[in-house]
Write a protein that binds this ligand. Structure first.
Ligand code: NAD
Length: 246
């Protein structure tokens, strides 16, 4: 159903973004892999995508910088002759208890996890509006719904992403652009690897499925939302969390 379409995945060089890029390629989608740090890793992801006979290339941009985002969207759109799917996946954590959290930790997380989604979506929506079709899928987090001690910045940004998803869904619906979010619970990636064994056990005790999710679990939800099967779904957040939040 997605064959021949084009996608941009932000923060696609590892973890959940990598799984999304490769899963979209598996479905026949041409993929641009955005990265901000390690080019080699991003190239490896693009190579994995090409195994499925699709076009794939990497593009370096810091999504918290609007000029870099505008240039990236211009280049990706011209390389693919349009843009069907934007996956706003890039994100960071700078955890600390509220009373110890520094302004920089707040700003860095807000700028990447929330403002970055705004910049990328605004730039992609210009093209999608002209096409009168498009899918924007934002990777939020269940902690954006529940809150989480030690993550004031991250939970506020992810709650913001869920609110932004709903507003964009309403503003863009008449242009046939669907905007949805996926809220992962705890997924085994570099981001969750940093957790202590104690913290990991505490998390596991909250997951009815009794195990962490895999990046592919998130990628499958994204692929569904990107497909025409989800054409009448917009403004929604799908939790992919083994039953953690109901
Ligand atoms: P990760 O740290 O493995 O990957 C994040 C990616 O974002 C990296 O490739 C990184 O280079 C990129 N990135 C960071 N800052 C960037 C910037 N300024 N510009 C462009 N790219 C940038 O994390 P992950 O676990 O794969 O998480 C992916 C997304 O899923 C994030 O939005 C995260 O908040 C969300 N999420 C993850 C989990 C989890 O359990 N792993 C749970 C809920 C939500």
């Amino acid at each position: 159903m997605l064959k021949g379409q084009s996608a941009l995945v932000t923060g696609g060089s590892r973890g959940i973004g990598k799984a999304i890029a490769v899963e979209l390629a598996k479905q026949g989608v041409n993929v641009a892999v955005n990265y901000s740090g390690n080019r080699e890793k991003a190239e490896e992801v693009a190579n994995s995508c090409r195994k499925y006979d699709v076009e794939a290339f990497t593009w370096k941009a810091d999504i918290s910088k609007e000029e870099e985002v505008k240039t990236m969207l211009k280049e990706v759109t011209s390389a693919f002759g349009g843009l069907d799917i934007l996956v706003n996946n890039a994100g960071i954590t700078r955890d600390n208890l509220m009373m110890r959290m520094k302004e920089d930790d707040w700003d860095d997380v807000m700028n990447i996890n929330l403002k970055g989604v705004f910049f990328c979506s605004k730039a992609a929506a210009r093209t999608m509006s002209k096409q009168r079709s498009g899918k924007i899928i934002n990777i939020a987090s269940v902690v954006g719904l529940t809150g989480n001690p030690g993550q004031a910045n991250y939970t506020a940004a992810k709650a913001g992403v869920i609110g932004l998803t709903k507003t964009m869904a309403k503003e863009f619906a008449s242009r046939n652009i669907q905007v949805n979010a996926v809220a992962p619970g705890f997924i085994a990636t570099d981001m969750t690897e940093q957790m202590s064994e104690e913290a990991r056990d505490a998390v596991l005790s909250q997951i009815p499925a009794s195990h962490l999710g895999k990046p592919d679990d998130v990628a499958h939800a994204v692929t569904f939302l990107a497909s025409s099967s989800a054409g009448y779904i917009t403004g929604q957040t799908i939790n992919v969390d083994g039953g953690m939040v109901m």
